[in-house]
Ligand binder design. Structure first.
Ligand code: HEC
Length: 334
């Protein structure tokens, strides 16, 4: 245990508590009253003091993704895209705190508002040799570096992305298993993450640099992850399919936490029931139950009316910019 550990013991303990069993299950089990003593939105814990909450929490950079025309490669990118957004992939302290690749590289870009005590120096930096996240790589010195925009020009990036050179795969493998103490990724997850990073392309950046973080965007991510999961089931790869379902549940959790108000209790119950079905799908993948693929297909069909209902109620939730700013004022110092 080094000094950074102690310095961050409190926020991490809170984060660990909130992260228990992926937001939804954790909150249900621990009791809503206890959960309310934590931040309304978990990401508030790594937003720099003084950052504009409307920007940091209410919007996201736009993604610069150039989907490959080849459907097989395009599927690998989708697997990586979902894995990139799943704390389970990082595992360890970071995963338990709810941090995924996308926490630092938002939408595959950078994150000027990121500040995690003991890991960041200035906002937008992180020490990826921090012993806080790793028992392997901690070098005992504060060494925070700016989080690079992975959709920047490839020539500006340090790691060679040429597919034939296979440099990106071992780099990402090291990040997960050594830097973040994560579990060994399945071959399809590792391959997918590399394919996703390679498919980020400055030429594919939309005109608008940012977009509102809304229900539609998150539900779209949920569906993309589940579709990728179905394909992996068909390929006989339940381990990767399970990561895809976890990705979907993480995105649902981001909706759930913004619906934490008594007026929206009924919708929250529906969301939680939807999450339980996905948890059940994960259990089915572990035991090889044959009903998981049709269950996911059914879930995907029912996601449209669920989304319509949530979109209708979003103005009463923390997806509403004014409510979000109010909640952030109560939580964010400075
Ligand atoms: C805690 C924040 C954080 C998380 C989480 C994170 N990264 Fe990074 N990443 C960084 C920083 C900071 C650097 C720059 C390190 C340096 O310059 O030495 C970096 C560098 C990289 C690079 C190399 C960029 C280059 O210059 O070639 C890639 C690729 C990358 N990250 C992918 C990922 C993937 C994939 C994940 C999830 C498995 C991930 N990162 C998770 C902060 C993070």
């Amino acid at each position: 245990m080094d000094r950074r550990w102690r310095r961050t013991a409190t926020p991490l303990a809170v984060a660990g508590f909130l992260a228990g069993g992926l937001v939804l299950a954790g909150l249900a089990a621990a009791g809503a009253a206890a959960a309310r003593s934590g931040p309304a939105i978990r990401a508030m814990q790594w937003v720099a003091p003084g950052a504009d909450p409307a920007r940091a929490l209410g919007s996201s950079p736009t993604e610069c993704l150039k989907p490959p025309p080849d459907p097989t490669l395009a599927h690998r990118v989708e697997v990586g895209r979902a894995a990139f957004r799943t704390p389970m992939v990082l595992g360890g302290q970071a995963g338990r705190a709810g941090i995924s690749c996308e926490t630092c590289h938002r939408a595959g870009r950078d994150n000027p508002d990121f500040l995690f005590p003991g890991v960041s120096g200035a906002p937008g930096t992180a020490d990826v040799t921090s012993s806080l996240f790793s028992t392997h790589r901690g070098n005992g010195i504060d060494d925070p570096k700016p989080i690079p925009d992975l959709a920047g020009p490839k020539s500006a990036l340090k790691v060679n992305q040429a597919p034939a050179d296979r440099k990106l795969e071992p780099f990402i493998h090291g990040l997960i298993t050594e830097e973040f103490d994560g579990p060994e990724p399945s071959p399809a997850v590792l391959d997918g993450l590399a394919a996703y990073v390679r498919a980020l392309d400055p030429a594919a950046c939309p005109a608008a640099p940012r977009r509102p973080l809304g229900v539609e965007m998150l539900m779209d991510d949920v569906r993309r992850a589940l579709r990728a999961g179905r394909t992996q089931i068909a390929r006989g790869d339940p381990a990767t399919a399970s990561v895809m379902v976890a990705a979907a549940r993480t995105r649902l959790g981001l909706i759930d936490e913004r619906f934490d108000t008594p007026a929206l209790a009924a919708s929250r119950r529906t969301l939680r029931a939807a999450d339980r079905q996905l948890a059940d799908a994960q259990a089915g993948l572990r035991t090889g139950r044959p009903d998981v693929a049709p269950a996911l297909a059914d879930w995907l069909r029912r996601s449209r009316p669920l989304e319509a209902r949530l979109v209708g109620q979003a103005p009463r939730s923390l997806f509403d910019p004014a409510r979000l700013i109010e909640a952030a004022k109560r939580r964010l110092p400075g």
